[in-house]
Write a protein that binds this ligand. Structure first.
Ligand code: URP
Ligand code: ZN
Ligand code: ZN
Length: 484
């Protein structure tokens, strides 16, 4: 007798699809079989039973370097994630200059504890890699279970220079952590922005040309080169261009420990969305910016071909009011408007509807992109699949249900969705975290605080051999050490 049995569903993992009941005891999957019996049960007849999604790129209760706060906290952010088929999420804990890493993590603990309905961890944003941070605080963060560090190559108050980037890559590599990077060339963006503004081009639509595609590909190429110099793993987040994706693809073919992520906005929206009347285009401002339809098709090919390990929302919620997008007024220029858009609840329905249901990707690719790859890359071996002994993190989907997206149905703390009006088929109906119902048949069951912080492990680099460059070969490099 199990605590809970999910019966009659079609189970899918990143490897297989099969009919089975799932027996759950003490929050873990205890059996897969037929005719299982439990004290409690969920009938999943006609449904798909998938690993709960892991949303691995979202900005929750995070203040920007200039002071703006995202509109979602750990309560609303986690609820919205759960309604979107996620059982775990990994928002960012952002170090700002002059602040320590430990105090930053303590601050985010105070924001997340008692608030999240699903399990969570953080990626640590490193904006001030002082000697103390590199020597003491990053190893301490790793020991605390924070095994991914993100850096920015742009944003004046956040970015690190190439030497600082190398330092962070090196510390991360030494401890088995993954470095993540927002790769855009800061100088190109500043240069273009200045010239556009001088010419009187202030509207949201000019955000797109101010962030040229070349700014992304130049920075991705440089980031990959820096990672290869020290043979460190690196994830390029929110890749938005075919050129950038091609660089990730080529580096992976060469055996480098390079990983790529893309996001729904680059597959479903274009820069034409920025060109709406008045300030409406501000709703579609994110960085890197939206591109064009040819880009969308190219990025689908890279998803199909395996360039991207991760599909994340980059949920960065700023309301369309004076707390968010319009904080600098209704006549602010594009450089003064908060970057980012919401999407945490729609990441998986968009990919299921337009990827699986339209035959662009297999169900196995969907599971890999929604959960399994994130579990492996981010050190969550107990999550991301359906197998005996794993956390019972499960999303039950109705693959036939069709809904039209509207802001009223979203559970985030936002006043718009960039995907308004889109008809999607295939929706999650019930989500469990560690065998506990979070959402059931469209109703919130969990209470804030039910989610737990998950200490993550070192990342799994099996199958990514990497290579030592001659200049850092211990036999010939005059004693220069990679490890700090
Ligand atoms: O525009 C975006 N993506 N804002 C969020 C911060 C970031 O760059 O990921
Ligand atoms: Zn970013
Ligand atoms: Zn982001």
């Amino acid at each position: 007798m199990f605590d809970l049995v999910i019966s009659g569903g079609t189970v899918a993992t990143a490897a297989d699809t099969f009919r089975a009941d799932i027996g759950i005891t003490d929050g873990r999957i205890a059996a897969l079989g037929e005719g299982l019996e439990g004290a409690d049960s969920i009938d999943a007849g006609g449904r798909l039973v998938l690993p709960g999604g892991i949303e691995a790129h979202c900005h929750i209760a995070q203040e920007s370097a200039t002071g703006g706060m995202t509109s979602d906290d750990y309560r609303s952010g986690s609820i919205s994630a759960a309604f979107g088929g996620n059982s775990c999420f990994i928002p960012f804990a952002a170090q700002h200059r002059g602040k320590g890493v430990t105090e930053t993590l303590d601050l985010y603990d105070s924001r997340a504890m008692g608030a999240s309905v699903i399990d969570w961890s953080y990626h640590l944003i490193v904006a001030d890699p002082t000697e103390t941070v590199l020597r003491d605080e990053l190893p301490a963060a790793f020991a605390r279970g924070i095994t991914s560090f993100k850096v920015f190559m742009t944003y004046d108050l956040m970015r690190v220079d190439d030497a600082q980037f190398l330092d962070i890559l090196t510390v991360a590599k030494t401890h088995g952590a993954l470095t993540m990077v927002h790769a855009e060339n800061s100088g190109m963006i500043a240069w273009m922005t200045r010239r556009l503004l001088e010419a009187g081009h202030t509207a949201p639509r000019y955000h797109a040309p101010s962030h040229p595609a070349l700014a992304e590909s130049e920075a991705i190429n440089r980031a990959i080169s820096l990672a290869r110099l020290v043979d460190a793993p690196l994830l390029i987040v929110h890749v938005s261009t075919p050129e950038g994706a091609g660089l990730v693809h080529d580096a992976r073919l060469a055996g480098a420990k390079i990983f790529g992520e893309t996001c729904p906005q680059y597959l479903f929206l274009t820069r034409d969305d920025l060109d709406r009347p008045g300030m409406e285009g501000a709703k579609f401002m994110c960085s890197p910016p939206l591109r064009d339809t040819a880009t969308q098709e190219a990025l689908w090919r890279h998803i199909q071909g395996g360039t991207f390990s991760l599909w994340s929302s980059d949920h960065s919620p700023y309301r369309f009011d004076d707390t968010g997008k319009l904080a600098k007024g209704t006549d602010a220029h594009f450089g003064q408007i908060a970057n980012g858009m919401p999407g945490i609840g729609l990441r998986l329905p968009l990919l299921f509807s337009e990827g699986v249901n339209k035959g662009r990707i297999t169900l196995q690719q969907f599971v890999a992109l929604s959960a399994s790859n994130a579990a492996r890359l981010y050190g969550l071996p107990q999550k991301g699949s359906i197998a005996i002994g794993m956390d019972a993190d499960i999303a039950i989907w109705n693959p036939q249900e069709t809904r039209t997206v509207t802001v009223k149905d979203q559970h985030d703390n936002m006043d718009y969705t960039p995907f308004e009006g889109r008809k999607l088929t295939g929706w999650p109906t019930t989500v469990l975290t560690r065998g506990r119902r979070v959402v059931e048949d469209g109703r919130l069951i969990a209470t804030p605080g039910d989610g737990r912080f998950v200490a993550r492990e070192r990342i799994d680099l099996t199958g990514h051999p990497g290579a030592t460059v001659p200049e850092l070969d211990p036999a010939t490099n005059f004693g220069v050490k990679v490890a700090p």
